[in-house]
Design a protein around this ligand. Structure first.
Ligand code: PGA
Length: 269
């Protein structure tokens, strides 16, 4: 287990690596996970409104709509600087897997990203860390960037087991991807913060992101924070070393709040 000074050395190296000398500004990743929300009409409305807003050169925006609306994104965002992706991806290439969607199909719809292992998939669909790692590998095989979600439950946090849980989730990905872990994005989403309006303290976020970065062991992988992130708390969260951006649920469903988050982070360079 790494000690605190070793972790802060790695966080420093990581932050420097993501903002190399000569690069004027810090790059944020701001991603919206719509989960099973929105209709086609609401999706069109969101895009109408959101596309009116300003774009910021220091923000990479990614939206994860439900599968059926990806075609609307493909149609509308082809020439916009907004990326999109799927909330899940099969680890199989093709075949008799009813209900599954392959990485190749997602590429056909111009997706660039796929969420792998969101805690709701782990919880309601029994996805194991090994399965999540296989999904990340399948995504990379077709040049989709996996956004790999990890996080502990409230009980695991209370029992002081969160480091053990997070490191096991990361180890499974490392075992499957090896050096290719460099091509991924991680999202730290404490399960107890998702949709609850409760967020960890800034010290907890700093300590946990530092620990995650040290476990990944590669300075290039962005680590997003997710769990009740919104326009009221992103500025403070963005000051925490080791936070590269946000995976946003509820606050990403309204163009106004998602736009406001962009405005706030657009100023943080
Ligand atoms: P929330 O969801 O922002 O609504 O808490 C985040 C997520 O589950 O990705």
């Amino acid at each position: 287990m790494l000690d605190k000074s070793e972790i802060s050395r790695m966080v420093r190296a990581y932050v420097e690596n993501l903002s190399p000398e000569g690069c004027q500004e810090k790059q944020w990743i701001v991603a919206a996970n719509w989960k099973m929300n929105m209709t086609a009409a609401e999706t069109e409305h969101f895009l109408d409104e959101f596309l009116k807003g300003k774009r910021y050169s220091n923000i990479r925006t990614i939206i994860f709509p439900p599968f059926p609306y990806l075609y609307l994104f493909a149609k509308r965002l082809r020439y916009e600087k907004i990326a999109f992706g799927a909330q899940d991806v099969s680890f199989q290439d093709k075949g008799a897997y009813t209900g599954e969607v392959s990485g190749t199909m997602l590429r056909d719809l111009c997706c660039s990203y796929a969420i792998c292992g969101h805690s709701e998939r782990r919880r309601y669909h029994g996805e194991s860390s090994e399965e999540v790692a296989k999904k990340a590998k399948a995504a990379l095989k077709v040049q989709l960037t996996p956004v790999i979600c990890i996080g502990e439950t409230q009980d695991e946090r209370n029992q002081g087991r969160y480091r053990e849980v997070l490191s096991a989730q990361i180890e499974a990905v490392k075992a499957a991807l090896g050096k290719d872990i460099e091509k991924t994005i991680f999202a730290y989403e404490p399960v107890w913060a998702i949709g609850t309006g409760v967020i960890p303290t800034m010290e907890q976020v700093a300590e946990t992101h530092g620990f995650i970065i040290s476990c990944i062991g590669c300075g290039k992988v962005p680590v997003l924070y997710g769990g009740s992130a919104n326009e009221k708390n992103v500025t403070e969260l963005s000051r925490v070393p080791g936070v590269s951006g946000f995976l946003i649920g509820g606050a990403g469903l309204k163009a106004e709040s998602f736009g406001k988050i962009h405005e706030l982070l657009g100023e943080v360079r």
